[in-house]
Design a protein around this ligand. Structure first.
Ligand SMILES: [Zn+2]
Length: 342
């Protein structure tokens, strides 16, 4: 009797275990290297609706046909956790308006396509942006050359999230998508001590998934994605959208004039440094920021019939030295991350 009971509960336990295993197996397991950008069978597209209360025409009222323009769409999930308050829709619109102002001296205008809201699968509220890199940058080449050799790769979770969130459209790869999420963690390698590196993961306030890091690993439908996760301080509010857009459309890291790119550069002056700068410099002394911006494949000019005449696309997937940029590149040495007599 007792044995039967134990056997009975054992069977129940095994059944539960088996069910658990099957249930786990229904989660995405697609291998990124074998099938990059594949849509996992369990991914369902978000049903978005445009926010009619938002005055898109008003936002775009100052656009002048014929000037270089970038199209931007906003996805703002409606079902975030109640304690998430780092991004609100008014803040996002304010950061976008600030970006319009910051890019105004360059002649580049921002065309807001729409602002959409809808229920996103909560498992996509927080993502790890890319796989943990395996090879640290050392002194033999600079970070842009290093990234071209070893580009960042989205995690399957990020791929699934963006495939679920971003709608299919003919101009997918030319459009910038501002996707509001709760958390985007970005793993990177840093020297810990001696000749040892360690992995860290930074909680980002905005992440641009730029060409110079991801090169041709981003599927074209999500090439324009930028995540926004924290606008809750005045400095973040003012600069986040403009700065992340800068990574995307100028295709440069944190650099300005004589400051070579590094991971976290705090200084004033340039939009592409951490700090409160908003300058987009030009010429060789300005590291060709303006020239690179104006060559961006995300830009178009509208002709007299309202057709978008797009800039030429990248020739080698959009790494920093892509031939699209011609001479508008800076060649510089890599920095020694540890004692050269290691
Ligand atoms: Zn940045």
């Amino acid at each position: 009797m007792v044995r039967v009971t134990i056997f009975g509960s054992m069977k129940h336990f095994l059944a539960l275990l088996l069910f658990g295993l099957i249930a786990c197996n229904t989660t995405p397991t697609t291998n990124t290297t074998e099938n990059p950008g594949a849509i996992s069978p369990s991914i369902t597209k978000v049903k978005w609706r445009s926010l009619d209360t938002l005055d898109v025409a008003g936002f775009n009222a100052d656009l002048i046909p014929g000037k270089p323009t970038v199209d931007v769409g906003v996805y703002f999930p409606s079902n975030f956790d109640s304690r998430f308050k780092k991004v609100t829709l008014p803040w996002l619109m304010e950061s976008l308006r600030a970006a319009k102002e910051i890019y105004q001296p360059t002649g580049v205008q921002i065309n807001l396509l729409w602002v959409k809201t809808g229920e996103v699968d909560p498992k996509h509220f927080s993502i790890q942006a890319n796989e943990v890199p395996g090879i640290p940058e050392t002194e033999y080449v600079n970070m842009y050359v290093h990234s071209r050799r070893h580009p960042a790769e989205l995690t399957q979770h990020s791929l699934d999230a963006f495939n679920s969130i971003i709608e299919d459209a003919p101009d997918n790869k030319r459009t910038v998508y501002l996707v509001v999420l709760q958390d985007v963690f970005f793993p990177f390698l840093e020297v810990s001590e001696g000749r040892n590196w360690t992995m860290k993961s930074v909680r980002t306030g905005g992440l641009s998934f730029p060409g110079y890091s991801y090169c041709n690993t981003l599927p074209s439908n999500m090439r324009g994605v930028i995540t926004i996760t924290n606008l809750s301080t005045p400095e973040r509010l003012r600069r986040t959208v403009a700065h992340e857009l800068g990574h995307k459309v100028m295709n440069v890291s944190h650099e300005y004039k004589s400051t070579h790119p590094g991971h976290e550069v705090y200084a004033d002056g340039g939009l592409m440094l951490y700090g409160d700068g908003e300058d987009i410099p030009s010429g060789e002394a300005g590291r060709w920021h303006l020239e690179r911006l104006l060559l961006s494949p995300y830009l178009y000019k509208e002709d007299q019939n309202g057709n978008k005449i797009w800039n030429p696309d990248y020739k080698e997937g959009g790494h920093y030295y892509d031939p699209l940029y011609g001479d508008y590149v800076v060649r510089f040495d890599g920095a020694a991350p540890i004692d050269e007599n290691w």
